[in-house]
Design a protein around this ligand. Sequence first.
Ligand SMILES: CSC[C@@H](O)[C@@H](O)C(=O)COP(=O)(O)O
Length: 358
Amino acid sequence: MTAHDLDTFQAIEWTGESLRLLDQRYLPQKEVYLEYTDAQGLVDAIRNMVVRGAPAIGITAAYGVVLAARQRYAEDIERWPLLLEQDLQALAESRPTAVNLFWALDNMRRALAQTQFGQHPDTFLLPEAQRIHETDLQANKAMGDLGANLISKHQENGRCVMTHCNTGALATGGYGTALGVIRSAWKRGLIDRVYANETRPWWQGARLTAWELMRERIPVSLNVDSAVSHILKTQPISWILVGADRITANGDVANKIGTYNLAVQALHHEVGFMVVAPTSTIDFNLNSGEDIPIEERSGEELTSVLGQPIAPEGVEAYNPVFDVTPAELVDVIVTEKGIVRRPNKEKMARLMSKQGLH
Ligand SMILES: CSC[C@@H](O)[C@@H](O)C(=O)COP(=O)(O)O
């Protein structure tokens, strides 16, 4: 892979027989690819963060259903759709916050419902998984254009942007959400530099975002999460761009822990706050962010780094890995169907009623 291939680079590859994933736990030191042939392997891959990022999790789960269905079909050519239920359940329990996982499984269930008695599971399930994968890439390209349109050449505050976590090719079907907008804006000559928050405790910013941007030679400065206010005050930053794991009907946004802090800081420093997410991330079944299940991961992610303890043995640690930014702190949500400024329930409903890729 060359630096320029990253534009079309995909961390998830369907081989026809298996799903190949770039193991994100080892980046940037090692590029290790793992090959999966069953759903349980993919449940573990999602849970253990071999693959992460809301759209990437959904795509992985969709292919997980294909692999599980093939296995169940080999076990029992008639009863395989019934046996598949336990695999759908296991995939649904792999991680709780990103709604793209449940959205993808719902789509796979609809494809399953089309399958006639005795038909091979590939008939409807494989094309649906491939459609989910392909439309995510297309959605990211569309959002890249729409988001870049909001970044003007002569930004009042300056020509730099800040981002959080990793929202790039690694987190999606390719190109990225917030990082896709950054890619498009860079190509149009609209930005000079990206400030990437390290994103403790899993370091998605330090390990993954810095890796993606450097490979494309987009100037990036890595900073500790606690430097944000200082940077917004002293550096020429016009926009903070983030992705989302779930957006509720009123426009509240769940995303990587620390995103809420950023929105508050953006308001104080008069920096734009842009959320970039495909409509597969919008959960219209939930009225507000208070209803979103927030994943808590092991305290060990806080108490040790690379296997080395950094806190007193036995200390209790609290590790929520997502937070919810209230809609009133969001300047604009960019989706593949269009943009929503100052989101609220009515505007979100109008957006969702539009025709789109998904
Ligand atoms: C396109 S990615 C948007 C979000 O999924 C991303 O910002 C994020 O929070 C990822 O969390 P992760 O815990 O790494 O799966």
